[in-house]
Ligand binder design. Structure first.
Ligand code: SF4
Length: 181
């Protein structure tokens, strides 16, 4: 347990000192992780929003509320949530180069939180793409995981016609979890 806190503390220190992309100027603080220490399901989102930037915790804004609702409905209590970048991006707009700059941190977070997990759930296309690249570069790191993709909750909030896609993604995830338990 001590190692865990030391490792997270070390990542936090390095992220706070990081100036590798323009998000260093737009962030108030770094946002790393939320969840249990050894999550069964690891969710990967895109970037912290303004609420996350204020609180220093992933998925605590409106998109987080939608995610929370789905977690409760599906009775998922062993979960962890990370983003592919650690900092609130300028104008709240993610760009691929931020993901490239932050990839060493994504790898660090995956090294800590993925080993105990059984499922890795990518929220949205940017997370899907980032994980695809990690799989190419470090095939062993995630080889034990089952992968699942769900539309990003922020996309559902922007366009309510995607609600059914969101519901469908969670339904399939629940079926997979139930089948394997
Ligand atoms: S988003 Fe990542 S790469 Fe960019 S400044 Fe923050 S920690 Fe550094």
């Amino acid at each position: 347990m001590t190692d865990y806190y030391e490792t997270i503390g070390n990542i936090k220190e390095r992220a706070e000192a990081c100036r590798a992309c323009p998000c260093a100027q737009s962030r108030s603080q770094v946002v790393l992780y939320r969840g249990t220490l050894e999550p069964r399901i690891l969710f990967v989102g895109q970037s912290p929003g303004s609420k996350e930037d204020e609180m220093g915790v992933p998925f605590v804004g409106p998109a987080g509320a939608l995610l929370e609702e789905a977690l409760i409905t599906c009775r998922i209590d062993s979960f962890g949530i990370i983003n592919i970048i650690n900092c609130f991006p300028p104008n709240n707009k993610y760009r691929d180069e931020f993901g490239v700059a932050c990839r060493p941190f994504l790898l660090d977070k995956l090294r800590i939180f993925a080993p105990a997990a059984k499922y890795l759930v990518m929220l949205g296309r940017d997370a899907q793409e980032a994980i695809r690249i990690v799989q190419t570069q470090q095939p062993q790191l995630l080889s034990h995981l089952n992968f699942h993709h769900i539309i990003h909750p922020a996309a559902v909030l922007r366009n309510r016609s995607w609600q059914s896609k969101w519901d469908e993604g969670w339904k399939h995830l629940k079926e997979r979890i139930d089948d394997s338990s």
